[in-house]
Design a protein around this ligand. Sequence first.
Ligand code: URA
Length: 243
Amino acid sequence: MALIRLDRLISNRLCITRSEAKEKIKKGQIMVNGETQRSADIKIDPALDTVLCDNQPIQCKQYIYILLNKPKGVVCATRDDAQTVLDILPEKLRRKDLFPVGRLDKDTTGLLLITNDGQFAHQVISPKKQIHKTYIATLSSPLPDAGAAAIQSGIKLADGTKALPAFLKPLNADQTQFEIRITEGKYHQVRRMFAAAGSHVADLKRIAIGALRLDTSLPEGSALELSFDAVQACLCNADNSFP
Ligand code: URA
């Protein structure tokens, strides 16, 4: 496991500048393995060492995986003038090196992963891996039969690009709510697919990535940390029969 300088660890985990971290170390606010540590440049082993700031434990682990039930109105970005998905994380999960795994539109809700593990994120979003992203789309008018067939066989979007075939399952009798499963991540993909099929998406929620499903009891805006083992469910599709 990679070692990390003490001031870098403190700055990252407490979301403060490097000089603020050095100041805390100088003032004796930091303990490493039970002893006050006044040198900023000692190396911490995240797997073995215990670090406290003002007697509160600091997360040393190298990689972190967070599941957020994204609410409407927040943007999937690390920085923005508007409120971001990182801004709404609870204090105890915040770190400087986090980023969202892929994007959901500002008005899309549901399952979003946030991590600092670039290799993992790449596997989830890489088109080569064909990981299923499953959504519930609520439409403002019934989807025409021909539109449904076109989505299932690979619909041509308004800009001429063709989406890969998608799995589509009606969730009500009047054809206004569907489960849709796609493997790509084009800009506004689901909304554009339904628009090309003759309907407008009024509401969109992601409910699964691969075999990892959103826990329906997790309120919108809430986040929880997942173990490395739990998050691996993202990397295998629950239903391999499609596409
Ligand atoms: N497709 C969309 O149109 N929007 C999202 O947020 C995700 C997929």
